[in-house]
Write a protein that binds this ligand. Structure first.
Ligand code: GLP
Length: 241
């Protein structure tokens, strides 16, 4: 595991965005694994700027998002479809048909999960996966206790995760109780993984991810087993290391 501690959030975003530029310049049809949450917003801003400056062409790129809520529409202000559209997709030249986000409204959710993994495999697998981390160490929506061999699946969200994510909704009652998430096995198949964490409320999860035992109790600790995982942190998230 490669751990980079940065002085500012901007420095984190610059380092992560450079990985995208390097990848897409050598492989224009790269397959990206994308994350939601507040952490990657700065990175997405950098990618948009690089695109505007003609340094990043998404015309052949394909994306797969980690997760989506079950029980809210794609058009809902808090859906991850909306998040991605508002923070990245509407500003770049990524073909609509190359965008993949699990469909939390699918009639048959089990089938949707199977189809999602198959689609990733058919695309040739993810070249670069971006991850945030939950306060409880979750990646995607793989909550503590998720087996490491899980592929894309239906998740029941932890109460703490619903509380943390309620800041985006009007109230906690509106936060869905379920989601679809790429599994840990699906995530671990990516060639390269970058996990970003900002802020003191992630410090304990980061300590356990990097220094703790590899255990499903801390889903992100599985990254210790990945050959090309980079953890990019601000000082606050790194404060317990
Ligand atoms: C959600 C997402 C995760 C994300 C986490 C942290 O639960 N499913 O992919 O990493 O939030 O979010 P934030 O970056 O806002 O702290």
């Amino acid at each position: 595991m490669n751990v980079i501690v940065c002085n500012t959030a901007d420095e984190m975003d610059v380092i992560a965005s450079k990985e995208f530029v390097d990848l897409i310049s050598t492989k224009p049809n790269a397959i990206l694994g994308l994350a939601t949450g507040s952490t990657p917003i700065g990175l997405y801003k950098k990618l948009v700027q690089l695109h505007k400056d003609d340094k990043l062409d998404f015309s052949k790129v394909t994306t797969f998002n980690l997760d989506e809520y079950v029980g809210i529409s794609q058009e809902h202000a808090c859906s991850y479809h909306t998040f991605m559209h508002e923070n990245l997709f509407k500003y770049v030249n990524l073909p609509k048909e190359n965008i993949n986000i699990p469909d939390g409204q699918a009639k048959n959710l089990e089938e949707e999960c199977k189809k999602y993994d198959q689609k990733i495999e058919d695309a040739g697998g993810i070249d670069l996966q971006i991850l945030g981390i939950g306060r409880n160490g979750h990646i995607g929506f793989n909550e503590p206790g998720t087996p490491f061999d899980a592929v894309t699946h239906i998740v029941t969200l932890d109460q703490g995760t619903r509380e943390a994510n309620s800041r985006f909704f009007n109230s906690i009652d509106e936060v869905p109780t379920k989601a679809l998430s790429m599994g840990i096995k699906s995530i671990m198949h990516a060639q390269n993984i970058i996990l970003m964490a900002k802020g003191a409320d992630k410090a304990e999860a980061i300590y356990n991810t990097i220094n703790g035992p590899v255990t499903p109790v801390v889903p992100a600790s599985v990254l210790q087993l990945h050959p090309n995982a980079t953890i990019i942190l601000d000082k606050e998230a790194a404060s317990r290391l």
